[in-house]
Design a protein around this ligand. Structure first.
Ligand SMILES: Nc1ncnc2c1ncn2[C@@H]1O[C@H](COP(=O)(O)OP(=O)(O)OP(=O)(O)O)[C@@H](O)[C@H]1O
Ligand SMILES: [Mg+2]
Length: 379
């Protein structure tokens, strides 16, 4: 039995020797900190073996081991140390391989996290975090792409508008100028032609005024400068007003306009603006409906939203045109006649409806097409 005091000395010297080895190993690890985990694990394994061996060497000097025992202990410790180092190397290689799996997955176009079973806990956590970060980035990218697309569409519609202004405003202006000059120079002299010129000038000026007004409204919508002063009204009031406003045009064209709304469907809208949107729909419907046809305006509730529909007997809009009718300056083939519309009415209607957090759409139904406006119901 070894005396207690000797045991204390053994612990002291063995710890001292181990500390020296540990200090060297730490220095080495510091130097190798940028290297592979496998290399660092080998250093740790070697340090463990060396610390043990140095302890044995120290106690041999203390004459606590005879030659025979020392050889036996050294042999056992060395073989155990070698096995431990081999295990470290294996572990290191597994870590390196797992890391490579993760790197490959990250390098791929789209990161698919490797199965957790292939990764140690820390790398598995890193992989999950990477997947989550990718999802967040993906969502941000989608939002950015959508914003970019909207911006491009807006830019295209602005360009169209400029092209439109230069063409559609100039042509009638040139006509007006020609008529004014003819009157001024006395080229037209007979009373009835002079009268006709005056009348055409007035009609053209009215049309131009409307166009400029529409352009102004559209530019306010595009600039997001539409200020709505909302108040609570019933759908029935909106429809009644639209029907009454369309009456003269409908009578002139021989088209019947009917409104059909249940009382008490309240919405919170700017009546001036929404009335304008509705008027644009009704005027279009009357314009495209042959005489003796009918235009029907219905207000009801659908899926918890207020719904206004304007149905006509236009014979249907060509399928290709359906998605484009709300574009600025879009006019169908039949409307491209001199003195026809400017192609702003539906773009304005859509802008106004969307400013009310509503939706507008169109579909071919029955003998014509049906425009549909949905607005949040005001409870
Ligand atoms: N009720 C409808 N029936 C058939 N086609 C329609 C109807 N409403 C619109 N369209 C088609 O959509 C196009 C765009 O309509 P929009 O109201 O924007 O312009 P517009 O009526 O031609 O001109 P503006 O309204 O500026 O006077 C029209 O030219 C027409 O081809
Ligand atoms: Mg129109």
């Amino acid at each position: 039995m070894i005396p207690f005091e000797d045991l204390l000395w053994v612990v002291f010297y063995a710890a001292l020797a181990a500390l020296v080895v540990a200090a060297v190993a730490l220095g080495l690890l510091y130097g190798l900190r940028g290297r592979s985990v496998a290399t660092q694990l080998v250093v740790v394994g070697a340090a463990t073996v060396l610390a043990t061996i140095s302890g044995i060497v120290v106690i041999s000097f203390m004459m606590l081991l005879n030659e025979h025992d020392r050889s036996v202990v050294l042999a056992v410790v060395t073989s155990a140390g070698l096995v431990a180092m081999a295990v470290s190397v294996l572990l290191g290689r597994r870590l390196v391989a797992a890391n490579r799996v993760l790197v490959e997955a990250v390098r791929a176009d789209r990161f698919t996290p490797p199965p957790d079973a292939h990764l140690p806990a820390e790398l598995a956590e890193l992989s999950r975090e990477l997947a989550a970060a990718q999802d967040r980035l993906g969502a941000a990218y989608d939002r950015l792409a959508a914003a970019h697309e909207r911006e491009q569409a807006l830019e295209a519609s602005r360009r169209e508008l400029v092209a439109w202004v230069s063409h559609d405003l100039r042509t009638p202006l040139a006509g007006l100028r020609a008529m004014a000059e003819a009157l001024e120079d006395g080229v037209v002299a007979d009373q009835s032609t002079v009268q006709r010129y005056h009348e055409r000038i007035r009609v053209e000026v009215e049309r131009l005024t409307e166009m400029v007004d529409d352009l102004f409204e559209l530019s306010r919508i595009h600039a997001g400068a539409l200020r709505l002063s909302r108040r609570r009204v019933g759908l029935a009031d909106l429809v009644a007003e639209a029907v009454a406003g369309a009456e003269p045009l409908a009578r002139a064209k021989g088209v019947r306009v009917r409104g059909d709304v249940r009382e008490g469907l309240p919405v919170q809208v700017d009546t001036g603006e929404l009335g304008r949107a509705l008027r644009n729909l009704v005027v279009n419907a009357i314009r495209h409906t042959p005489s003796d046809g009918a235009v029907e305006i219905v207000g009801d509730v659908q899926d918890g939203e207020a719904r206004l529909t304007v149905a006509d007997a236009c014979g249907g809009i060509p399928e290709d045109d359906l998605p484009r009718v709300f574009d600025v300056a879009f006019r169908g083939e039949t409307a491209r006649t001199p003195g026809g519309g400017a192609g702003l009415g539906l773009a304005i209607a859509r802008g106004i409806v969307e400013a009310h957090a509503g939706k507008i759409g169109v579909a071919n139904v029955g003998p014509g097409c049906r425009f549909e406006v949905r607005l949040p119901l005001h409870t």
